[in-house]
Write a protein that binds this ligand. Structure first.
Ligand SMILES: [Zn+2]
Length: 303
């Protein structure tokens, strides 16, 4: 009973707030920060800052320090908001629940199952960046990962209620232990029970209108894929996954040492080059620190 009285009081207080708003001389008040996002009229691409990864060993990329302007890597997470639904593409290296933001850049340490250690700097959680534009993880319809390495899967479990778009070989490797390279199974374990669409075609049209296409690009992992987004004003963009990490891999024709199949990576690079030519799309190398620094970050977006 007491609870109901308090509840009623809160409702009354809220109503008073609503009705008092227009008395401030008609000035526009800022919308509440956590308003729920509405489907956009046209496709939008949001880029979230999921941190910076420090790489000590350039030999893994068949590069030397002199070949690159910085050894640091950006980590982008992406939301594609489409009139018919939305898609999260890649989820960073540091799980939101493993650290507490303090308003400053902080260095987080990752220890991989094989004992390898990595450092990444982060200052905002993915959850907070989504909330800033009105989305919670339960609002997300589709999740797709470029591939299963730890620096792309950190927050995958948050989107277990979405429909997961994945290739059979990739899923088998993730849950069958037949993986190559670095991964953190605890970060994607919840996907095992997610509603799942197994992609069987080279290109998969997520919303059926040609604007958001997941394209097969195996090699880095068994079922590695890239994402094409066709935007009204910006034009076409291909999100690279880890088809390349550093632009120098493209200009100097280098393939990392830790690919599932270097031969497949080479073939995928040729196929994606042809796709870029055909569509006129630009390639965004997701880990390219300098390229990423020039891009608009959420809450701004590309359309
Ligand atoms: Zn990566």
């Amino acid at each position: 009973m007491k609870r109901n009285v308090i509840g009623l009081f809160l409702v009354a207080a809220a109503a008073a707030l609503v009705f008092s708003a227009p008395t401030n001389g008609g000035a526009q008040t800022a919308p509440p920060a956590q308003h729920k996002a509405q489907p956009p009229r046209s496709v939008r691409l949001y880029l979230f800052d999921c941190g910076v990864l420090h790489n000590a060993d350039m030999g893994r990329f068949n590069l030397k320090k002199e070949d690159v302007t910085t050894t640091d890597m950006s980590m982008g997470c992406f939301l594609i908001a489409h009139p018919k639904g939305n898609l999260i593409w890649d989820t960073g290296a540091i799980p939101d629940d493993s650290w507490t933001p303090n308003g400053r850049m902080t260095t987080q340490h990752v220890t991989l199952p094989d004992g390898q250690k990595r450092d990444a700097d982060v200052d905002k959680t993915l959850r907070a960046q989504l909330a800033e534009i009105g989305y919670s993880p339960s609002d997300i319809n589709f999740l797709a990962l470029s591939h299963y390495h730890y620096d792309h899967t950190a927050n995958a479990n948050q989107f277990a209620s979405a429909t997961w778009l994945v290739r059979q070989v990739e899923r088998d490797a993730m849950f069958g232990g037949n993986f190559s390279g670095s991964l953190q199974p605890s970060t994607f374990s919840a996907l095992q029970k997610s509603k799942t669409i197994i992609i069987k075609t080279d290109e998969y049209d997520v919303f059926g209108d040609g604007s958001v296409i997941i394209k097969s690009a195996p090699g880095h992992t068994q079922g590695h894929q890239v994402l094409y987004v066709k935007l009204g004003k910006t034009g076409g963009v291909v999100l690279s996954g880890d088809l390349y990490h550093y632009p120098a891999e493209k200009t100097l024709d280098r393939v990392p040492t830790f690919e599932f199949s270097q031969e497949q990576t080479r073939a995928s690079r040729v196929a994606v080059d042809a796709f870029l030519k055909k569509t006129g799309a630009q390639l965004w190398i997701q880990h390219d620190f300098e390229g990423n620094a020039k891009l608009k970050k959420s809450p701004q977006f590309y359309e």
